[in-house]
Design a protein around this ligand. Structure first.
Ligand code: HEC
Ligand code: HEC
Length: 314
């Protein structure tokens, strides 16, 4: 799937270059977009916007050695694996010409991702996640192993997670059904009884589907190039729609964000889905750490407008 997209992108660059006679220029564009794929994720540094509810965490006691040891408690053989592609290819879908996966098929992809991870056949990236760690209630290292899988009908993600003080690891999964338009995103916790679909809590951070990876500190990631490659795969995801199960509905959203410097990209029908007050937590973190907007720093008056909107009672 990814190859096809890459090929198409290249082909269209090539064609437009050919049509305009600017072949050299087209070749340079292709080159720079290929380089971007391997650009490492920028380190998390607070820009001091005043948007954070709690001081920026630096976790001084949590050394790289402690981090690596805590990560390995999941089973050292399952992580830090050699990889060539950041996305593990799944067997082709058994049902030909499928339009719309059944819930049972979605769940079986979730379980397959977990099985591959447990057998050391995934390519997981391991990090301390910035957004979850900086959250006002957690405030301790949130350890994440994230692995990506796909075939021509699905993109599957697995998250194996615990805080630094929990004993056991929890498992979560997102499956994107690519056989329908718009693409549908299913969220679940993988419990002992099997995958349990959820929506309410996941939507508070996952407003547009899977989230790009943001380690809390530059040294709290095992395999930074893999983190960048998985993040790139996530960023290239199709626009998709959240599936809310009946017993875990969409939470009250509060007001929609209408500030132009965000809605250029985050809006109904935009590059990313619209943001609401319910998404305050990832908004505060991603803007304060300078990740949003992606291409520039907000001006002080823009920060003030965003802050006022975040503080408005829904
Ligand atoms: C507090 C915010 C928050 C909530 C709530 C949340 N997530 Fe996430 N999730 C994240 C962040 C941040 C990442 C990327 C972590 C990183 O950078 O290491 C992530 C990553 C994931 C991934 C790996 C793929 C990806 O998106 O990068 C899965 C799978 C996942 N979450 C599932 C879930 C499910 C299922 C729920 C609801 C039960 C949920 N999450 C709720 C913040 C959240
Ligand atoms: C130029 C386009 C662009 C602008 C402008 C922009 N964003 Fe984003 N935003 C993105 C992209 C692309 C992603 C997903 C990739 C990533 O996280 O790096 C994203 C991700 C996010 C996320 C995580 C949820 C998601 O959609 O994946 C939040 C929250 C967010 N942006 C908030 C904001 C806020 C708040 C503003 C305005 C201050 C803003 N963004 C401006 C492009 C943009």
């Amino acid at each position: 799937m990814r190859r096809v997209i890459l090929f198409l992108t290249r082909a269209s660059f090539w064609l437009s270059g050919w049509v305009s006679g600017a072949l050299l220029c087209a070749a340079a564009t292709v080159e720079s977009s290929a380089n971007q794929a391997t650009k490492l994720i920028a380190p998390a540094v607070s820009t001091g916007t005043g948007l954070l509810l709690e001081p920026a965490l630096t976790l001084p006691e949590f050394t790289r050695e402690k981090f690596a040891a805590a990560m390995a408690t999941v089973g050292a053989e399952k992580i830090r694996r050699p990889w060539t592609s950041p996305v593990v290819t799944l067997a082709p879908h058994p049902r030909a010409g499928v339009r719309g996966l059944t819930e049972a098929e979605v769940k079986s992809y979730m379980l397959e991702a977990r099985r591959l991870f447990d057998r050391g056949e995934a390519a997981p990236v391991s990090d301390v996640g910035l957004i979850s760690t900086q959250e006002d209630v957690i405030r301790k290292p949130m350890l994440n192993h994230i692995a990506a899988f796909s075939n021509s009908v699905v993109r599957v993600y697995l998250l194996v997670q615990k805080t630094s003080t929990d004993t056991g690891w929890s498992h979560f999964s997102i499956v994107q059904d690519l056989t329908v338009t718009p693409v549908l995103d299913y969220y679940a916790e993988l419990t002992a009884a099997g995958p349990r679909f959820e929506g309410t809590s996941c939507y508070k951070c996952h407003s547009s589907g899977p989230l790009a990876i943001h380690p809390a500190r530059e040294d709290l990631v095992l395999d930074a190039p893999l983190a960048a490659a998985i993040s790139q795969h996530i960023a290239e995801q199709p626009r998709s729609q959240f599936v809310f199960p009946k017993d875990s509905p969409k939470p009250p959203t509060g007001e929609k964000l209408t500030l132009k410097f965000c809605t250029r990209c985050h809006d109904d029908g935009g590059e990313r889905d619209a943001l609401y007050q319910v998404h305050a937590h990832p908004i505060r973190v991603l803007v304060d750490f300078g990740y949003m907007p992606p291409n520039r720093r907000l001006k002080p008056e823009e920060i003030a407008e965003l802050k006022a909107w975040l503080e408005r009672k829904p």
